[in-house]
Design a protein around this ligand. Structure first.
Ligand code: SAM
Length: 328
């Protein structure tokens, strides 16, 4: 099927601006006709649209998302591409299983655009935003067992403080945790926002609740564990020569991606103090980005939510070099 004539930004719907780092992602993935692509965070289908458009007339895409609401929108948006698209609700920890269930593997490109979509952030009923009152939910997958409500109202103060410090990088984490515990039970995001705003002062021009909400969302969705488990699966699913591109939105996520790509680009991962290699590890990828790619000033201005985006990419080594143990 030929690619549709409309571009993503021309389509009606909740996607006023282009997805984050759109041109840069497409340049790195370089979709080709006949290629097979995996968008593991298909969201509203913005990047997926570009991949399908550039891989016309017969490139295919498997799109995965934990959120069925996002998938429904992606389905509508990507409908013009017909059978070239397969959309599946699932989580990153199941990447390999999902691909196998659809008899798909050997992808030429895999994209992970992590975090929440603007659809999720702007829907008060999901509880992701401190800007609007909503339930203490924050689940990307509405069937997920853990909610923000449980963390906020039931977790011990110390554990609360730990996640706010670690995942939110909030230096006043102890103060915030103490304030939350003292205010229990909290009923919605507006109450939580007010409690946090009383406990910490705004810094760096961001709302005082930003870091705490980020921490809760990461904990509710086990985002770091999920990423850690998904990256090796993604690498395994790539065809030799295929490209893995990951957009992270906070430093912990970015560090995981950076360390993963660095480790997999090395022939030996033994500690430097060992006189000779005992690990037998061989390089699987070459890094395409030594430093992460961030949004341009123009993109930041148009879409302030993208300000912390960091894109990294690596190419799986061609079959010959993998056979030779990664040695060039
Ligand atoms: C930033 S949005 C992606 C936007 C998308 N690239 C686009 O162009 O519209 C991130 C998406 O990833 C999904 N997501 C986040 N963590 C996930 C996980 N562990 N498993 C599956 N989907 C996840 C979210 O539900 C959200 O829809």
């Amino acid at each position: 099927m030929d690619s549709p004539a409309v571009t993503p930004e021309q389509q009606p719907g909740p996607w006023q601006h282009l997805p984050v780092l759109y041109d840069q992602v497409l340049e790195l993935l370089d979709p080709q006709p006949g290629g097979l692509y995996l968008d593991a965070t298909v969201g509203l289908g913005g990047h997926a649209y570009g991949i399908l458009e550039r891989s016309a007339p017969n490139g295919r895409l498997l799109g995965i998302d934990a959120d069925p609401h996002a998938l429904a929108l992606a389905q509508a948006r990507l409908a013009p591409f017909g059978p070239r698209v397969t959309l599946v609700q699932g989580r990153h920890i199941e990447l390999a299983q999902i691909a196998a269930a659809h008899d798909l593997g050997g992808f030429q490109g895999i994209l992970m655009d992590l975090g929440v979509s603007s659809l999720q952030l702007d829907d008060a009923r999901r509880g992701f935003s401190f800007r609007q009152a909503g339930p203490l939910d924050m689940r990307m997958d509405p069937q997920g067992a853990l909610t923000a409500e449980e963390i906020v109202n039931e977790w011990p103060e110390q554990e609360l403080s730990r996640i706010i410090y670690t995942y939110g990088e909030e230096r006043y984490a102890r103060r915030v945790a103490r304030a939350i515990v003292a205010a229990r039970p909290l009923h919605d995001t507006a109450e939580l926002t007010a409690v946090v705003a009383r406990a910490v002062r705004s810094s760096g021009g961001i709302h005082p609740a930003t870091r705490t909400f980020q921490a809760l969302r990461i904990a509710v969705n086990a985002e770091l564990d999920s990423l850690e488990q998904a990256l090796p699966q993604a690498l395994e699913l790539l065809a030799p020569g295929g490209v893995l591109a990951v957009i992270a939105f906070h430093s912990l996520e970015d560090r995981l991606v950076k360390q993963f790509m660095a480790r997999e680009s090395r022939d030996c991962i033994c500690p430097p103090r060992l006189p000779q290699c005992v690990c037998g590890h061989t390089a699987q990828v070459e890094r395409l980005t030594r430093k992460p790619i961030g949004p341009s000033d123009a993109e930041r201005e148009e879409n302030p939510r993208c300000r912390s985006a960091r894109l990294r990419a690596a190419r799986k080594l061609p079959a010959k070099r993998l056979e030779d143990g990664g040695q060039s």
